[in-house]
Design a protein around this ligand. Structure first.
Ligand code: ATP
Ligand code: MG
Length: 427
């Protein structure tokens, strides 16, 4: 096939016939985020590469292997955003949003770009819904953000999603933990994979993340962060759990959920589903009290999550979850000649201005073909306008579901009558 008619590997077309799924998920996510007081933020699709090196971390897989980075015509290094948080933090600092009344609560929909091996639920361009909250350091905020994500999943009718939480402490208690990890994994240096050998030096917590068979074996006896938390971090974590219990949100504490970078603090969480592969995350997040400062702002607490929308829709499809029904054409106006077609056009224009979905012929179909087409697009009503109708100011509306014909006046009250008839159908 000609390359011009073939999309790049790892990308997807979201087609008109399935767009109602996206619109359902986006509406539910938006409404839920707004009920929690979040406002939408839209940041650029590309940023300076340095932002992600600092904001995602240059020891992460994302930065080391997965970024779409290029030089622009002036030789600046530019990267297509691989995730949403860094851009939001940058925008909040640059636009002084963190000097306003706190907490600042934001949400976004974004495309993300990561050069990964494409497979089910893993694309090179994918969509995320994310939430980021700044200036709220209390455990109540951790619980609120988790409750928000949980509520999106619940409102979408998605079942069997497991919430896993953990605390990775603060830089102080983590220093001890890193020492213990280095000591433990140090014994197996000659057996670890190359990536883990490097992690051992620069980012030891990420060893617990390794998917390779040999390194995974060592996990079960590895020291666990929860045994190393300082009193403050312990209290914080207990309070988050107490609040989740009060909200009746079920969770499992999983000490293997980690984020390897210093600016992540305290709570981390994932919502996982078995429906995309073994325990793949549909949503992941946590607290990042060191990130705003890392990116160049004054120190300020932050936390958030990102939900993978392709994965969410995959789970919904496999569970046959319900989407909001697709919109239906309200009225098709069939015509015979130029005069009646012009009348149909002006009537459709008026109806559309009132919010109806009205159609008439714009492709030169015969009358018979128009009726067939009205059926095909599943119009709720069909109306025939011939010269008699034009002269008499009356027409017959045919209800397509049962063929019932209703005579209506073609006057200023038409839209209202049509509306009543449409409401009748949906009852
Ligand atoms: P994974 O472990 O699956 O690679 P991740 O830790 O890289 O995920 P995050 O950076 O936490 O993922 O991104 C948040 C969410 O975005 C993930 O939980 C997932 O639902 C989704 N996601 C991440 N990478 C991809 C991808 N390549 N294609 C589709 N969705 C993705
Ligand atoms: Mg990944």
């Amino acid at each position: 096939m000609d390359i011009v008619t073939k999309r790049p590997r790892g990308t997807e077309d979201k087609l008109p016939r399935e767009i109602y799924k996206w619109q359902t998920v986006e509406k539910v996510a938006r409404d839920t985020a707004e009920a929690y007081g979040c406002k939408e933020i839209r940041t650029p699709t590309f940023e300076h590469t340095e932002l992600f090196q600092r904001g995602v971390g240059d020891t992460t897989d994302v930065v080391q292997k997965e970024m779409y980075t290029f030089e622009d015509k002036k030789g600046r290094s530019i990267t297509l955003k691989p995730e949403g948080t860094a851009g939001v933090v940058r925008a909040a600092i640059e636009n002084g949003l963190l000097n306003d009344a706190l907490p600042l609560k934001t949400y976004y929909f974004t495309r993300c770009f990561r050069y990964e091996a494409p497979q089910s639920g893993r694309l090179r361009e994918f969509n995320q819904f994310g939430v980021e909250v700044f200036g709220a350091a209390e455990p109540s905020s951790d619980a609120e953000v988790i409750a928000l994500a949980n509520s999106v999943i619940e409102r979408l009718g998605v079942k069997n999603v497991l919430l896993k939480i953990n605390s990775i402490g603060c830089p102080a208690c983590r220093a001890e933990y890193h020492k213990a990890l280095k000591e433990y994994y140090g014994q197996y240096k000659d057996k670890l994979c190359d990536t883990c050998l490097e992690r051992l030096e620069r980012n030891p917590m990420r060893l617990l993340d390794c998917k390779s068979e040999i390194c995974s074996e060592f996990k079960k006896d590895a020291p666990m962060i929860l045994d190393y938390l300082c009193d403050d971090c312990k209290t914080h974590f207990e309070s988050v759990k107490k609040r989740l219990d009060a909200l009746e949100i079920k969770y499992e504490v999983d000490p293997l959920i980690v984020r390897g970078l210093d600016y992540y603090t305290n709570t981390v969480f994932e919502f996982v589903s078995d429906e995309i592969g073994s325990q793949a995350a549909v949503c992941a997040g946590g607290r990042y009290n060191g990130l705003v400062e890392e990116i160049g702002g004054s120190p300020l607490a932050g936390l958030g999550f990102a939900m993978g929308l392709e994965r969410m829709i995959m789970v919904m499809d496999s569970q046959k979850a319900e989407y909001a029904p697709e919109k239906k054409c309200d009225l098709y106006i069939a015509t015979f000649d130029e005069e009646t077609n012009i009348y149909a056009m002006t009537l459709a224009q008026k109806l559309r201005a009132e919010g109806f979905w009205a159609e008439y012929d714009t492709v030169g179909r015969s009358f018979k073909a128009q009726m067939k087409y009205a059926n095909k697009i599943n119009a709720a009503f069909c109306m025939v306008i011939g010269s008699d109708e034009l002269a008499g100011g009356f027409a017959k509306l045919k209800r397509m579901s049962d063929g019932e014909e209703i005579s209506v006046k073609l006057d200023d009250g038409f839209a209202e009558r049509l509306n009543t008839l449409i409401m009748d159908i949906s009852l």
